[in-house]
Structures are given as structure tokens and as C-alpha cells.
Design a binder for this molecule. Sequence first.
Ligand code: ADP
Ligand code: MG
Length: 598
Amino acid sequence: MPGRIIVLPEELTNKIAAGEVVERPASIVKELLENALDAGATEVAIELEKGGYGFIKVVDNGEGIGREDVPLAFARYATSKIYQFEDIYRVKSFGFRGEALPSIASISRIEMVTRRRGVVSGTRVIVETGQVKEIVDAGCPVGTSISVSHIFDSVPVRKKFLKQDITEQGHCIDVITRVALSHPEVRMKVVANKREIMNIPATEDASLRISLLLGADFMDHILPVNGRRGSISVRGFVCRPEVTRSSPRHIYCYVNRRFVRDYLLKHAVMTAYKRLIDGKRYPAVVLSVDLPPEDVDVNVHPAKMEVRFKNPRDIYGVIVEALSGALTGVLARTSDGYTSSEGRVGYDGYQARVEEAMQRYTVSSGRRKLFFTKTFSSKEEDNTEQVVPAETVAEGLVSPTGMSFAELDYVGQIAGTYLLFSAPQGLIMLDQHAAHERILFEKFKREALESGEKLVRQRLLIPVVINLPPKEFSFLMTCRQTLKEAGIEVEPFGTDTIVIKSISCMLSGIEPKTIIIDLLEELSELGQSVTVKDKSDKIFAFLACRGAVKANQRLSVPEVAKLCRDLDTTPFSSTCPHGRPVYVSFSLTYIEKMFKRR
Ligand code: ADP
Ligand code: MG
């Protein structure tokens, strides 16, 4: 399908939910695989070394890239998949942001060999940390081969966070499995550390693909699902209620063939199984929802793992209906005690359950059109959103330091970080991050003391779901109250998954999932013996640090004024929660001495 690659105009890139796509080797594998599928490949071979961070190679037989487009493929926001804003609402391809190749190229060395169908000669290009080093003609088969090496060499911190080879390889295999499950017509081969670990033929039969990937055993206990409502169709396979799993990891959901981690879909699945399986168990499900691309917004998540539906209620309903139908069939046949007096457990009352669940799944009513979530802020929002809402400020107070920042004359910002003020006694230099950090920290603490309910919080339209290792899960459960006081509502969902339902407005512009995961990382050192107050102080300090304006961020004059007013009403405003100074002052005497006037 795609034609020429173009660089998207800035008005459009601002609206795209930008994300740092390269988190770990598996993210690279995902993006390369999706590009291969977008190029119409019917065969894809993947090679991995050292769990992917040694080397990743993806070879496809897709349509290739024309010589003149090759350098563009590595330019940021260059894509052949959308040309204008409205296209976002009808994307059929996996990619559309033109971000993956440049992001990958910026942290690695890429060698790409590609030939477009119908063109005699191919192209070889070498890109190192974002720079095209070499581009020459090359003989090669039709399609594209991309080799990525030296991953994260230029970002050693990132490398430090990678887990053992085996764990990273596991993540890569997860990504490949998810893609393979929804693309049975594509032949896939995987070689890891020179050993072939997967080689599955193309097939028309989705169940064959499933049994090759999830085990023949799985196929013995599953039921086909089929449902349709209007333009929405639901297809897939679900397990019989007697063969459940201990984690929701085996619920694979796809929307228009894109693997998604979607709370609504999972919830619908669980609703269909409700009262059929034990509360702590999960079904294994491979479910594909297909609907017109304009009825789903895929531009809400950096890695496009979450989506937003135009008509969530219909989606929810058709899934519960289709699954309940399939499960009811089996229950009626086995009639072994699962069957209710009406003989239709799992189906009856589903309408009521849909209603009930929909109420919890808050959808902003009245806004029927698709829109971009606040949760993943667009670039324009960043600067303004980070400043504390004005209504929480009591005007006219003087800070306990005896100085009113609001009354100082603002001179300007230096190094994107320090704000300079002229004061009667000399020059004041304020660290914007430290100042904002202290303001937020005190605000979190004050709100917590005063009841915990007053913080302006933002309900997430689609609650964010995070699967956690048992240790982290139970630790997070002990932090729930503190988080709630800070405006973050977290609820358990099963035994290893949490749902973030709302987030403090002070933290808008930051991905909720990142906040929680980083918080766990940061607090993992805390022992059991730590007092509740210490723990909540640590949490508030962490959140304040995350929510505060960063260094190297330009502040407008009104934003500076706001910061000063807030600082005036904040106790302990001379240091940040980590103990660093918020401001330093240079007395006139000192300045005069420097100029040898004294
Ligand atoms: P996106 O997929 O969002 O368009 P990418 O950075 O992933 O952005 O890729 C940029 C462009 O490079 C794509 O739009 C496509 O035209 C081209 N491209 C990338 N990988 C392949 C491939 N394997 N086969 C053909 N074209 C590709
Ligand atoms: Mg792509």
C-alpha cells in the first residue's frame, strides 16, 4: 500500500502521542516486525543475540524501500503511512508516526539492505547513532533486511537497566508470539544465539497457529468464539472454564490485529467468565476485535498498546455476548452443575453486568469524537500543565523565610534552569526545579493531612493496567492510602495486576504507568521496618520530583509569577525535599566587592 515517505508537518507531529519507543530490545523487535507487516511481508525471519541487545536482525519479503526514500526512513516523523491529520483516524497500518527507525537509529548501529519490488537494484545503508554513514547500491532480494547492533552503547544508563539475557529474550519472544498469533498468514522464523527456536509455516487456520504457539494442549480445551454487532466483529478462541490459569497473561486481545493491553476488553472477558471460574483464576483467551479504523483511536499510547473506542459500550457488549454464548453452549452440553436453573449461566444477566461495568469504566459522555488523551500529553501541553493549578493558592502570604518572591523583579532565566530576580538586597537566583519540587511536596503533605480528598485529580478515561511481580504488587498495596492522598487511585485487579484509576493533576503530562513503575524501583530499597510517615514522605518526595518543572525547560513570565506566588505560601521553601537549596542570594555588598567598588 504505502507510497512515498514524507516528513509530517509539525502541526501534526504535535498531535501524535509521542513516545520513546525504544525501552528495551523487545521494543526494537516489535517496531521492526510491525514495519515488515506494514510492508505486506508474508515471510519474516528474526535473529537475536544476547537476548536482543547483542544483535537483532529482521528480514522480510515485503515491498522494500525505494533508493531515494531510504535516508528519509531514518528522519524523524517521516512516514509513508499517513499524510494528513485525519488519516490518524483511519490508519490500517501498525505504524504512522515515523518515529521508530529514527529512535532505534539514535541509540544503535543499523545496517539496512532493501529492494523495492520491480526495481533492479537494491540499496545498502549504514546508520550510526542517527547519522547516515554510507549509502550504496547493492544486489539483494526484494524486501528489507535490518540489522541492529551496538544497542544502547551510546546510552550506558539504559544498558544498566536491562535484565539478564534470558529475561530480555523472553520479552522479545513475547512480542513475536503476540504478532504471530494475529498473523497466521505470515511465516515466521526465529533464531536465537544461532539456534532456531521457532519456525512456523503460514496457514489460513488461526487455530493451527495458536496450537503451534501456545501448545496443542491449549487447543484441546478451547472453544471458538464468533460475534458481530453492526460493524464490530469478535473472533477468537477461549478456554473451557475448567482449564484456567493463575495469571491474566494468557489473555491475548487484538484490535484490528494490533495486540493491546486494554482494560475494557479484559474486563469484558472476565465478565463473561464471572461465576464460572474461581475469582483468583484467569482464562486463556485469544480474541480479535475488528472494527472500522475510524471507530478506534490508536494514538493514545506511546507504544500503541492501548486504544480508545468510540463506542466502548458496544464493544463490551458484543464481547460478553459472544463469549457467554460460546461458554453457555459448553455448559449446557456438559450440564455438570455449572448450569443455572435457566440453563444459561454466563449469559443471563449479562446486560446488567455490562451496565454495571460500564459505570465503572468512566467514559466522558458527550464527547463522541475521538480525541487525544491528556494522560500522554502532547508537546504543547507540557509546559503549561506542569504548573500547579491557580485555585489552590492563597494570595498575599509571605514565605516563612521572610521574603516574598512574588514581589521581586523577575530578570530572566539562565541555562534554562535558574530564575534571576532583582531584590532590594541584591540578586536572587532560584532553581526552578527545586522550588517547584518543594511546593508540590508540601502540597501533597498538606492535602494528606487535611483529608486526602481535596487534591484535584484526573480520572483516567481508560484506567491503566499494570501487571506486577508478586513482591512489587504487595508492596504497592501497602502504599495505596498514601498514593490516594496524593491523588493517585490504585486498585488491585486479581492477584498480580493493578489498575490506576486516577492521577493527580499535579502529575498530568507524565505517563501514569511510568510513575508507578519508577516509584516501585525507587522505593524497592525501603525495608519493612520503615515508619508509615517515612514511607509517605518518600513517596511524596518522589512524586514532587516527577511532577516538578524540569531543568532546561523554558518558563513563561506568568508561569514564573505563579511559581513565586506558590513559593510564598510554602513552608520550608529554602530547600527542596532532598535538602538542596531552592535559591541563593548575592548581597549588594558582595556584588560591589566583586566589582572592586568597595
Ligand atoms: P512508521 O512505521 O511509523 O511509518 P518507521 O520509522 O517505523 O515509521 O518507518 C519509517 C518508514 O520507513 C515507513 O513509513 C516505511 O515507509 C519505511 N519502512 C520501514 N521499515 C520498512 C520495511 N521493513 N519495509 C518497507 N518499508 C519500511
Ligand atoms: Mg513503524
